[in-house]
Structures are given as structure tokens and as C-alpha cells.
Design a protein around this ligand. Structure first.
Ligand code: ADP
Length: 513
């Protein structure tokens, strides 16, 4: 109000000055006309009339321009913040104003404040329905979901996830996802591995996993689900990773039970199978020399079939054990070439039945290795068995072994058969995985490579494959020399090292902090 009074005073004084000047001009004109120019009659009255006429025209012009200047600047400020006018209207330049500057400064700042408040109200009005919408959608979604920020902390959980994992949102928000979700994956393609790779190489990425397990804090049965994730680097809202869970606990548990049941039944095959194979061996020894070549061939085929069946039984029983984390390996000092020789000589007959020759090339001075003899036999037997099955019409399979540049014993099984399509290579070690192309023609369970990988992993080695369709495959794995086990705790008098083969791979990040 003070500013307004000050402005009124300024206007009054301007008007007073204007009247004063105006009157002085009239008096001055009268004086000059009468005393200096000595005018009289109509000339004198003409001058006296002209002076007010001129001032009547000029004064309003000067006064309106001066008095309206503050109003013009306020008007300009309103236009400047108004969303409906074109954006070319600039901010008013109040500094140059001499009349009512304080009043105008005060009024324009209030106009700007009002405009910003209105802007905020407008934007919240615009946003609110969207936010409400998305949180309504996320919470109404019958699928558990969560959102992580760039530090992998949980920034959102929907109601379905809270119910699913039996935790309240307040316990979860702000926590690192790995400390909350104790997830295990059926292969090394884990969530944290994918997320780390995506962070390094991608702006956005999507991925999904099947058969993920989640241990619950209250130690009730693990949940099993498929998982889908979306990653968006540097999302402005801070939401980087979205996880959606598709519950299959019931179905997968039934599968697990089925696997347990199959394992139980298969176990019953073991005793009669061992008996049959024993008799085949006895017959072969006793009758072999007297049999004609055709009957000898039959005997060989019977033996090979018995061996294949025994391998199949062992695979199923071992996978069931791995599933239950029950397969324990005893790593002892072993002579590797002698193990290769025993596997190759056992498999030679099967290869021969298929018209294949098994050739070996083993480096002479290999160090002793730290392996579980029984399990590593299975790894090599499975790889050679596959090489025989998928060799098509080729004639040779090579088994080679050498010490590699990392000081590990590296062994390869190379065939020249069907080969594997590049698109299926990433899944080749997955449980139950069988390539589409040949599963109809060639029998199998899709467990051999899964088992081989689980065992090699447990022994501290690695396994990989290079392959080309119609040219063949080369499966390679490493095992560690016994000397490298020297630092590990050995069991009592046996001097062996125990390791477990695990079917479930944890998110590695759990072990990081
Ligand atoms: P299976 O019982 O089907 O042989 P594996 O786990 O041993 O199961 O192998 C998985 C799949 O990998 C096979 O179904 C086959 O498609 C492919 N495979 C494995 N070894 C070879 C090979 N040497 N040559 C071509 N394909 C192979």
C-alpha cells in the first residue's frame, strides 16, 4: 500500500508541475505578446488562444505516456507469463522506469510468483491422474513386480510381490535387491550377470529366465517362477530395472517330484541291468572264441546297448542328486591319461558298432589331476557318447589332452558329424535341452551335457564347445592339476577334497558384499 501512496504522490507532483508549466507558458505568452511584441487586437487574442491549444495537444501526450508507463510494464509482465500469448513477449525492463518503480517492481514480482504457483498446480493436475493410473495399474496387476534404481536398490514393489514373498513394502523399499531376493538359476545365465552386462553394453535390454528359485526368509518351500526383466539405462525417473515374476511353484514342484519319481524308478533298473551286463560279459568270455562273426556282432551290440542303458540310468540318478544338492565329489590325485584310456576302451566297442574309430592324442608329461574319478569318467563318457550319437556318417572321433597355457589340463572330444547350429549353442548345457533338428531321430534325455557341466564346474574347471553345422563339434573342458589343490582342506586320512555339484546357481552378487 505504501508503494501505491508513493506512486500517487509522484503522480500528483507530476500533474502539479504540468499545470504550473502550462500556466507559466500562458502567462509567458501573454507577457511576450503584450510587452515584447506589443500586439493588440485580434493578434493579441490569437496568440493567447494558440498557446493553450498547443499545450492541450502536447500535455496529454506527454502525461499519458509518462503516467501509463507503469501500467504498460505490468501489462507486459502479465503477457510474459501468460501461457496463451506468444512467447515473443519479453520480460518488462523496470530499471528504466522513473515513475512508480517500486510499485511496479512489487506487482510484477507478485505476478511471477502467482504464475509459478499456478504452473505447479497445473503440472500436478496434469501429472496426478497419470501417477495414480500407473500406481493403480502396478498394484492391480496380478503379477508380482518390482523396480530397481541404478544401484540395484528396490524403489517400487507392487502389492502382488509383497504377498508373494510375504514381506511388507516398507521392509523392501530402499534395500539391495540381492539381499532381499535370494534367487537361484538353473544355469550360469543369472540375473546379476545379465544386469552387469547390460549396464556395460546397452541402453535398453530385455531378458527372461525359466525355472528360477527363490528361498524365503521363513524357510518355507522355495518359490519357483519364470522371471522377465527390462533394463533402461539412466531412466530420468530413476527407475532402471523392472522385474516381473510369473509364478509356477506348483507346476515346477510337480516336475521336481516327477524327477524324483523317475529317479526312484530308474534306480530299480540298476540291479537287473548290472546283472545282465555281467552275464553278457561272461557269455562273451566263455562263448566268444566259438562264435561266428555274425553272432559275435550281436554279442557286441548287446554289450554296447547295456552300456548305453547304464549310462542313461547313471545320468538320471546323478541329475536327481544334483537337483537336491546331494552329489558330493571326492577330489583325489589321479593319473589323467589312465582315466582317459579306461573311458575310451569302454566306449570303443560302442563306437565300433556304429562304424567309428576312437583316436587319442594325450600329451606325455601331464601332471596328476585333482578329480573325482567316478564323476569325471561320466563327463568324458557323455561327451564321447554324444560324439558317437551325432557323428552321422563320419568315421573318426578324436580325444586329445594337453596342459594349456593357464596350467590347466585341457581335454577335447572332437567329432565330424552333425554339428550344432549357432543359435542353439547358448542353451546346449541347459537341463533337458535337446536340439530341435535331431531330437526325433536320435534318442536322448538332454541331461548329459547338463551333468557334464555341473561336474566340471564343481571340479573347478570350465567346459565349452565350438561347432559348425555339418562339419562337427569340439567339446573341451579343463580340470586342475592336483598340485593346485594343495592349499585346500583335505578330508581326514583319505586326503581327498570334497566338493558339491549344485544344480542351482545363485546370483553372484550375493557373495560380493
Ligand atoms: P542328449 O541326451 O540329447 O544327447 P545332451 O545333454 O548330451 O543330451 O545333449 C544336448 C543336445 O546337444 C543334444 O540333444 C544334441 O542336440 C546336442 N549335442 C550334444 N553333443 C553333440 C554333438 N557332439 N554333436 C551335435 N550335437 C550335439
Amino acid at each position: 500500500m505504501d508503494y501505491l501512496q508513493k506512486f500517487a504522490g509522484q503522480v500528483r507532483s507530476r500533474l502539479a508541475i504540468a499545470f504550473l508549466v502550462n500556466n507559466l507558458l500562458i502567462i509567458g505568452g501573454w507577457y511576450l505578446a503584450a510587452n515584447v511584441f506589443h500586439l493588440s487586437g485580434w493578434q493579441f487574442w490569437t496568440v493567447l488562444l494558440i498557446i493553450p491549444i498547443i499545450t492541450i495537444v502536447i500535455w496529454p501526450l506527454i502525461m499519458t505516456s509518462t503516467l501509463l508507463q507503469p501500467l504498460r510494464l505490468i501489462w507486459q509482465a502479465i503477457l510474459h507469463v501468460s501461457p496463451t500469448t506468444d512467447s515473443s513477449t519479453g520480460a518488462p525492463e523496470i530499471d528504466r522506469l522513473r515513475l512508480g518503480r517500486e510499485l511496479v517492481t512489487n506487482l510484477t514480482s507478485q505476478i511471477y510468483q502467482l504464475a509459478s504457483v499456478v504452473g505447479e498446480i497445473e503440472s500436478t493436475k496434469r501429472k496426478a491422474p497419470e501417477d495414480l493410473h500407473s500406481s493403480f495399474l502396478a498394484n492391480a496387476l496380478p503379477l508380482p513386480m518390482t523396480v530397481l534404481d541404478k544401484e540395484e536398490k528396490i524403489v517400487f514393489v507392487n502389492d502382488a510381490l509383497c504377498k508373494y514373498i510375504k514381506r511388507g513394502a516398507d521392509e523392501l523399499i530402499g534395500q539391495n535387491v540381492y539381499t532381499i531376493l535370494d534367487m537361484s538359476f538353473s544355469s550360469h545365465d543369472t540375473f546379476d550377470k545379465w544386469l552387469n552386462e547390460s549396464k556395460q553394453n546397452a541402453a535398453t535390454a530385455d531378458h527372461s529366465w525359466e525355472r528360477v528359485r527363490l528361498g524365503l526368509a521363513d524357510e518355507s518351500n522355495a518359490l519357483q517362477f519364470d522371471l522377465a526383466a527390462h533394463y533402461n539405462k539412466g531412466n530420468p525417473s530413476g527407475f532402471e530395472t523392472l522385474l516381473v515374476f510369473f509364478d509356477h511353484t506348483q507346476q515346477y514342484s510337480q516336475d521336481d517330484q516327477a524327477m524324483g519319481f523317475v529317479a526312484l524308478s530308474v534306480h530299480e533298473l540298476r540291479a537287473p541291468l548290472t546283472l545282465l551286463r555281467g552275464y553278457i560279459e561272461v557269455f562273451d568270455e566263455e562263448l566268444g572264441p566259438n562264435l561266428n562273426s555274425e553272432l559275435k556282432g550281436f554279442m557286441g551290440k548287446m554289450d554296447a546297448a547295456g552300456q548305453q542303458l547304464a549310462g542313461f540310468v547313471d545320468n538320471i540318478l546323478n541329475v536327481a542328486k544334483i537337483e537336491d544338492n546331494q552329489l558330493t565329489l571326492q577330489l583325489r590325485e589321479e593319473n589323467w591319461p589312465s582315466i582317459i584310456d579306461s573311458v575310451v576302451s569302454d566306449m570303443r566297442l560302442r563306437a565300433k558298432v556304429r562304424g567309428l574309430e576312437l583316436k587319442t592324442d594325450i600329451q606325455g608329461d601331464l601332471p596328476t589331476v585333482g578329480v573325482d574319478r567316478y564323476s569325471i569318467y561320466e563327463v568324458l563318457a557323455n561327451l564321447i557318447d554324444n560324439a558317437i550319437k551325432y557323428s552321422k556318417t563320419s568315421k573318426e572321433i578324436f580325444v586329445t589332452s594337453k596342459l594349456n597355457s593357464d596350467g590347466l589340463v585341457e581335454t577335447s572330444v572332437k567329432d565330424f558329424g552333425l554339428g550344432i547350429d549357432a543359435s542353439v549353442l547358448p542353451h546346449i548345457f541347459d537341463k533337458f535341452y535337446r536340439s530341435h533338428r535331431n531330437r526325433a531321430q536320435i534318442g536322448g534325455t538332454g541331461l548329459g551335457l547338463y551333468l557334464a557341466k555341473s561336474i566340471v564346474d564343481a571340479l573347478g574347471g570350465q567346459i565349452w564347445v565350438s561347432s559348425k553345422v555339418d562339419e562337427g563339434s569340439n567339446f573341451t573342458f579343463t580340470i586342475i592339476p592336483f598340485a593346485q589343490l594343495a592349499g585346500e582342506q583335505k578330508d581326514g586320512t583319505s586326503g581327498s577334497v570334497s566338493r558339491g555339484a549344485h544344480g542351482w546357481i545363485k546370483n553372484h552378487s550375493l557373495y560380493r558384499d
